[in-house]
Ligand binder design. Structure first.
Ligand code: 13P
Length: 250
């Protein structure tokens, strides 16, 4: 059976002091009895603190990005080895903000995927269409290409380390969420695409998260859809009240 996951992408928010207090609040609000996997992704500088603080908690830590090389002259970058060394073994790759503002292409992302798999890290791989793609009825093709170009070179056995996160760009931080039906339609398409390339077993077992303006008041309905296995949460993950309510909705 595939895993249910609620992950919080903190993006460039929360300094060290705020990180510590949000983590304390989350530890007290999200009990160890949660059946879903709960993940938080603070900024690079606070990952070590988060990793230590959550050592005895069921909440896991993820990085928001990483470089594709193991080490070297790449000023400002962070490698898989550095993350693993502080007990961070999950990484978000391909977020639309990385693609749009930092020029990350499918080709680059396929290299980052390889690096993460080489270091036996788990990947939350993000993708999703822009508003214009949906208006042009091109959204399925865009999503299919992002999956094929970024991920489809991996071995079938690697899929146990991959979680998908469908995040339509028009729904991120806009307050406009995909309807539960739109999310389900796309998630079913994604699963069918994975089944076509890697077989039904891989498709049935891959966790597919929805991201884009998930809030406590819409989480339950979105999560109730058959092919939606949880969420990747931005804004609402920055507040312990709302993130724990979304975690409870799974
Ligand atoms: P919001 O929940 O703020 O729309 O952000 C979603 C997101 O980008 C998560 O990675």
């Amino acid at each position: 059976m595939r895993k249910k996951i609620v992950a919080g992408n903190w993006k460039m928010n929360k300094n060290l002091v705020d990180t510590k207090s949000l983590l304390e609040e989350l530890k007290s609000k999200i009990g160890d009895d949660t059946t879903a996997e709960i993940i938080v992704a603070p900024t690079f500088v606070n990952l070590s603190t988060a990793s230590e603080s959550l050592q005895t908690s069921k909440i896991k830590v993820a990085a928001q990005n990483m470089h594709q090389e193991d080490s070297g002259a790449y000023t400002g970058e962070i490698s898989a080895d550095m993350l693993k060394n502080i007990d961070v073994d999950t990484v978000i790759l391909g977020h639309s903000e990385r693609r749009a503002y930092f020029g990350e292409t499918d080709e680059l992302l396929s290299k980052k995927v390889n690096a993460a798999l080489k270091h036996e890290m788990s990947i939350i791989f993000c993708f999703g269409e822009e508003l214009q793609d949906r208006r042009n009825d091109n959204h399925f093709t865009v999503v299919e290409n992002q999956l094929k170009n970024g991920l489809f070179h991996v071995d079938t056995s690697s899929w146990k380390n991959i979680v998908l996160a469908y995040e339509p760009v028009w729904a991120i931080g806009t307050g406009e969420t995909a309807s539960p039906e739109q999310a389900q339609e796309m998630h079913a398409f994604i699963r069918k695409t994975i089944a076509g390339a890697f077989g039904q077993d891989v498709a049935d077992n891959v966790t597919i998260l929805y991201g884009g303006s998930v809030k406590p008041n819409n989480a339950k309905e979105i999560f109730s859809k058959e092919d939606v296995d949880g969420g990747l949460i931005g804004g609402a993950s920055l507040d312990s009240e709302s993130f724990s309510a979304i975690a409870a909705a799974i």
